[in-house]
Design a protein around this ligand. Sequence first.
Ligand SMILES: [Zn+2]
Length: 413
Amino acid sequence: MTTPTVTERGRLTALRATWLFDGTGSALTPDPLVVIDGGTIVAVDSGMAVPDGADVIDLGGAALLPGLVDTHVHLAFDASADPVGALADRSEDEALEAMIRAGQAALRGGVTTVRDLGDRDYLSLGLRGRPGLPTIVAAGPPVTTPAGHCHYLGGVAEPTEAGVRAAVREHVERGVDIIKIMASGGTLTPGTYQHLPQFTPELLRAAVDEAHRHGLQATAHAHAVASIADGVAAGADGLEHVSFWTEDSVDAPAELIQLIADRQTIVGLTVGMVPMPGMAPPPAVRARIPLMVANMRRMYEAGALMVAGTDAGIGPVKPHDVVRHAPAMLRDIGIGQAEALRMVTSAAATVIGLGHRKGRIAPGFDADILAVDGDPIADPDVLHRIRAVYARGAAVPDAGVPDAGVSPRREVR
Ligand SMILES: [Zn+2]
């Protein structure tokens, strides 16, 4: 009875590179060595010797940074010109297949964690934990009003206190990670208006309260000034977009900006867009952009807690790895590049509840790593020069290749 049990320890992997941004700092560390055991980072140091028996991957010239975290994506929207129509035409299996492609595209582009703030019929929940996809935090279908913004996703609540609480409880029973509620209308849904609230302040408060009763965060899609104010007053943990939309312009009252900052309500800035010649935003949006950018700057200066949530999937300029484009836009708002990088790594991980294992290159954290060619603090465009992506320790095939895995046949309809 003395048969020895041999536990085979997996081989360690050591990534060597020229620079490291650890997700929290303000400068790059030279000559990093990041040691990975399975899916976890076990050691990080500068100029360290390679541990015995580790496989060394030399990414000379590259900078390592944590895999990117996007706090607001839609895997169910396919980033086509008509994502709502395309989704409506898909069966459940087809929708799932498209969502997997979207997740793979995110991963190839260095986005290793996404928070899906609106799927159809809870489909994203089944994709959580699946190898070959980013880590997914899922809201399921957003809670909305009958015929309200994104009602076609399946999250319609009867507009009464009992109805709203029941809708939140259904989401809880289905196992969502967060409650997303459509506090105002949105562009993707004709017949809804961005400048108008969808719920009364009382119903918004009931939804947030019901989420909190079940230990979940609630974040509110809020363009309208009144919806932003109602969301803050309701105690929403987060606000998405925060565009201060009025019927004909944008108007951000100073006291509301200060309240958002004082309460540290999480502001999910809808930043990040792939520049595409000939793809101009609609005139109503274009006219408001300079004002929205100015208001982002005001929120930043007031000390608001801001992260990048791109709304990836809602159009061709918003593919599922678009968060790489957020730091350049954050720079235009006046935010320093190291801070912009924290907003798409450690700060983003923290606001989505994964700050203990995502968004940093540090011992004990998941081995989610993006390697790029150059210095991402000096130049945000470096983020698009991808050398390698690791997700929970596994090298992502075709990293940096946007269209890999899309068979030509599938593209021809
Ligand atoms: Zn969205």
